[in-house]
Design a binder for this molecule. Structure first.
Ligand code: NAG
Ligand code: NAG
Ligand code: NAG
Ligand code: NAG
Ligand code: NAG
Ligand code: NAG
Ligand code: NAG
Ligand code: NAG
Ligand code: NAG
Length: 841
């Protein structure tokens, strides 16, 4: 045994430690709307944290151990409108706990084990409309201190321990009370005196829920002359007989809506039969609803003999075999059958019925004829029904139908184009399988249709006139269908009033340029989940009212149009997320556009690149066009240099000799000429050159020194080099002997071209032409340059004529003398030439 002192010594620090474990939580409340809405759920708080601003309007403090609400607990939060204190372990609420909350409209106190509730607990709540005090151990309404809450509209005291239905006197102070929820209490008996306050001060629009109270007895006449908006009695009676008697006790009640039945997991009434509802003949009811009952009726219609004057009937989750033969005197306008189990589709024939809702029922696979001439709304959705023919007056026998919902059914064969159903405004086929819907203009007569949904109907659009006739249509949903060749053709030309178009999941690869040209009012266009490869703006440019364009979940790589700015001006949202954006330089103008249009694009920060590999999964916004400029420059520079180099090479190749000439000019310069003239001639004319030219010029007075290749060229050196180095560089003038042979010889022409360059480079007028024979003009013309020169310049013409010769030689000598330096160079020249002549001969 441990001595007490030692025990205390270990326990006290341990307790201190444990108490430290439960300090005020430092985890902050969730700020849903700054300065206005805060959620502090389950934060181990024992008071309101200091960091909640006093301007807060909505405060959720549920699941915190507040334990006790002292007076003025919330006086620092005078703006509060909604205060949730569910399951805060509150056992005591003192006077004036909510004092100061003059704007509070909703107070939730669910799940607090309140033991002590001061009489002034709710004082000050001058605007409270909704008080939820579910599961607070309330045993009676009698002393509940809410008599002053004049603004109260809803009082929820469900799930408490209340035995008595007696509505206390203070209810007469709650003039606008509309909802009183007393469900799941312990009320067994209802007496006339309990409703005294309602007899004295009627609450005309009160909805009363008494479900899940074990009611055995309702005093007949208790509800006499009482008017209620709604009365709900579900799972109240533990036998058919009790139910029958209690319903009879309701006699005299006038209620807009009566709900009877049970809950899915709370079923006690068995053998529900015709007489069970007999008592309803003494009530005035507008709408009647029956839920979760197992009826043993063959034809359920027999139950409703006392409900002939009801305008709306709703049957939810019932089992029955048949529903047919609605008596003629029934004034039902609306009939709703939801989630019922029946043997076959009800064949209805009734004149007053305007609304027939038959959804999510089982059994009855095939639609049978209806005979409802005043029907306006028909909802047959979610039944797995199949329709052998659809749709025309012949099938429904009503010409007033405005709303037809056949969604989530089986196969529907479109056999007629709604003949006689011209009033239709709303038509829904989604997730049913339509047959033959694209063979002819099915909707041709639906000129009043505003809403059409054929999404996921396995429709393959082949016929372009499919939507003809729908010129009032505003909403068209056709997601999950397909088109021929996955190409969207011009099928909307008649739909000028369209504002919403859903083409998602249609396997579209291409869109016709004019597909949307006639839709000036379209506001929302959904192209998501298709296979579009590029953002082609052109089809959208006439959508003058377009606000939202959803192109997400496609395979868009980029925009193929240079200027995506041609999007409609009205566009506010463009969704390009989940595409295959290529962040490559070739698309840089598109990528720049993406950056510029941040406001327009949805979740632009989350858009990622797919290609190229090094950009994969990077944000599109991270693309930098600078890298493109760089590589562009590099590419252009290298292309340019390759070009320059090749041009240079080509030029060098072509003008190699000319360049040699140039180099020579530099080297030799002026005044170093050894020869008076370099003679260019064809070898065929060599005789003339030797016998006439050389003789006359070199042996005449003064003697000229000619450069002749047969004599003066240095052996062993390339001819071309000789021509340039010996011929041109060392000669003052060039004599060109033009003849037929000359023109025909490529070698001569080459020599001549070099001669021209030489003349240009040495800037001398040094070429002397001698035309040996009359050259044929046509031949000469082939050598354009030569021809031009000959026709522009004077040239010497050789004629074998004794009279002419002296003139010829004189002119030639004169031409050769032109520019020749006088003596002493002349001497040198002549000496040289002498020397040359002797050596060479
Ligand atoms: C919240 O209130 C504080 C003080 O009243 C004020 O300074 C602040 O601007 C408010 N914040 C917002 C988002 O209204
Ligand atoms: C109200 O606020 C004042 C000053 O901010 C503070 O001293 C006081 O404790 C608060 N009252 C309550 C009940 O929180
Ligand atoms: C009566 O209350 C219901 C809701 O319970 C409401 O829809 C209806 O408008 C109210 N009628 C009047 C006349 O206030
Ligand atoms: C019906 O309720 C009464 C009292 O609430 C009870 O005594 C009786 O056993 C119940 N009957 C059935 C069939 O549950
Ligand atoms: C329905 O109303 C008619 C006339 O208003 C009345 O004669 C008939 O008894 C009523 N039927 C029922 C079942 O309340
Ligand atoms: C289209 O809508 C406008 C306004 O909503 C309406 O006035 C017009 O009648 C509709 N039909 C056609 C064919 O324009
Ligand atoms: C377009 O359709 C897809 C599904 O098919 C949907 O998720 C998306 O929200 C739609 N977009 C718009 C703008 O309605
Ligand atoms: C594309 O963005 C729009 C606007 O935010 C949104 O309504 C739509 O749901 C988005 N599309 C998809 C497929 O999520
Ligand atoms: C490249 O980016 C700069 C700035 O981000 C921008 O001004 C320029 O227009 C862009 N160039 C191209 C070709 O998109």
């Amino acid at each position: 045994m441990m001595p007490p002192s030692r025990l205390a010594g270990t326990l006290i620090p341990a307790m201190a430690f444990l108490s430290c474990l439960r300090p005020e939580s430092w985890e902050p409340c969730v700020e849903v709307v700054p300065n206005s809405t805060y959620q502090c759920v389950d934060l181990n708080l024992y008071k309101i944290p200091d960091n909640i601003p006093s301007s807060t309007k909505n405060l959720d403090l549920s699941f915190n151990p507040l334990k006790r609400l002292g007076s003025h607990s919330f006086s620092n939060f005078t703006e509060l409108k909604v205060l949730d204190l569910s399951r805060c372990e509150i056992h005591m609420i003192e006077d004036d706990a909510y004092q100061g909350l003059n704007h509070l409209s909703t107070l939730v106190l669910t799940g607090n084990p309140i033991q002590s509730l001061a009489s002034g607990a709710f004082s000050g709540l001058s605007s409270l409309q909704r008080l939820v005090v579910v599961e607070i151990n309330l045993a009676s309404l009698e002393n509940f201190p809410i008599g002053h809450l004049k603004t109260l509209k809803e009082l929820n005291v469900a799930h408490n321990l209340i035995h008595s239905f007696k509505l206390p006197k203070y209810f007469s102070n709650l003039p606008i009370l509309e909802h009183l929820d007393l469900s799941k209490n312990r009320i067994q008996n209802i007496y006339h005196k309990d409703l005294k306050v309602l007899h004295e001060m009627p609450l005309l629009n009160l909805s009363l829920d008494l479900s899940l109270n074990p009611i055995d007895f309702i005093q007949p006449g208790a509800f006499k002359e009482i008017k209620l908006h709604a009365l709900t009695l579900r799972s109240n009676f533990n036998s058919t007989n009790v139910m029958k008697i209690c319903i009879q006790g309701l006699a005299g009640l006038e209620v807009h809506r009566l709900v009877l039945g049970e809950f899915k997991n709370e079923r006690k009434v068995e053998d529900f039969e015709k007489s069970s509802l007999e008592g309803l003949c003494n009530l005035i009811i507008k709408e009647f609803r029956l839920a979760f009952l197992d009826t043993s009726q063959d034809n359920i219609i027999d139950l409703f003999n006392c409900l002939a004057n009801v305008s709306a009937i709703s049957l939810v989750s019932l089992n029955f075999d048949r529903l047919e033969g609605i008596p003629k005197n029934f004034r039902w306008e609306s009939l709703e059958l939801v989630n019922c189990q029946l043997k076959k589709f009800p064949t209805l024939e009734h004149i007053s019925l305007k609304r027939f809702i038959f959804t999510a029922n089982k059994g009855g696979d095939t639609f049978a004829e209806l005979h409802l001439p005043n029907l306006e709304i028909l909802d047959l959705s979610r039944n797995g029904l199949s329709f052998k023919g659809c749709c025309s007056y012949a099938d429904l026998k009503t010409a007033k139908l405005k709303h037809l919902d056949l969604s989530f059914n089986g196969i529907i064969s479109m056999s007629s184009n709604f003949l006689g159903l011209e009033q239709l405004e709303y038509l829904d086929f989604r997730h049913s399988t339509l047959k033959q819907s694209s063979d002819f203009p099915v909707f041709l007569s639906l000129n009043n249709l505003i809403y059409l949904d054929i999404s996921y109907t396995h429709t393959r659009v082949v016929f372009h006139g499919i939507f003809d006739g729908l010129f009032n249509l505003q909403i068209l949903k056709m997601a999950g269908n397909s088109f021929q060749d996955n190409f969207l053709p011009n099928i909307f030309t008649k739909l000028t009033n369209l504002t919403f178009l859903d083409l998602s999941e249609c396997l579209l690869e291409q869109v016709s340029q004019g597909a949307f040209d006639s839709l000036p009012r379209l506001q929302i266009l959904n192209m998501s989940h298709n296979n579009l490869l590029s953002l082609d703006i052109r089809p959208y440019k006439h959508l003058y009212s377009l606000q939202v364009l959803d192109c997400s979940f496609n395979r868009i790589v980029a925009s193929n149009v240079q200027e995506p700015q041609h999007l409609p001006r009205s566009l506010a949202l463009l969704n390009l997320t989940e595409n295959n954006i290529a962040c490559a330089c070739e698309h840089q103008s598109f990528l720049q556009w993406v950056k510029d249009q941040r406001q327009l694009l949805v979740e632009v920060e989350q858009m990622v690149c797919l290609t190229p590999l090094d950009m994969k999964d990077m944000p599109v916004l991270a693309f930098r066009n600078a890298t493109c400029h760089m590589s562009k420059t590099i590419i252009s520079v290298s292309v340019l240099s390759v070009l320059v180099v090749s041009v240079v090479v080509a030029l060098v190749y072509k003008f190699y000799f000319h360049l040699m000439l140039l180099a020579g000019c530099k080297k030799y310069g002026r005044g170093e000429s050894i020869y008076d003239a370099f003679v260019i001639y064809s070898s065929q004319d060599e005789d003339w050159v030797r016998n006439e030219l050389v003789k006359n010029l070199e042996e005449g007075v003064p003697p000229f020194h000619l450069c002749l290749h047969y004599r003066d060229f240095i052996p062993g050196v390339a001819i071309a080099a000789n021509i340039i180095q010996e011929g041109f560089h060392k000669s003052r003038k060039v004599i060109v002997v033009v003849s037929q042979h000359f023109i025909q010889s490529r070698w001569c022409i080459f020599e001549y071209e070099i001669a021209q360059t030489w003349q240009f480079l040495s800037s001398r007028s040094g070429i002397i032409f001698i035309v040996l024979q009359k050259v044929e003009k046509s031949l000469l013309r082939q050598q354009v340059e030569l021809y031009r020169l000959l026709s522009r310049n004077t040239y010497l013409e050789w004629e074998d004529n004794v009279l002419w010769r002296p003139i010829f030689w004189r002119r030639l000598r004169k031409a050769l003398l032109d520019g020749k330096a006088r003596s002493p160079e002349g001497k040198v020249d002549s000496e040289n030439s002498q020397y040359e002549a002797t050596t060479s001969t």
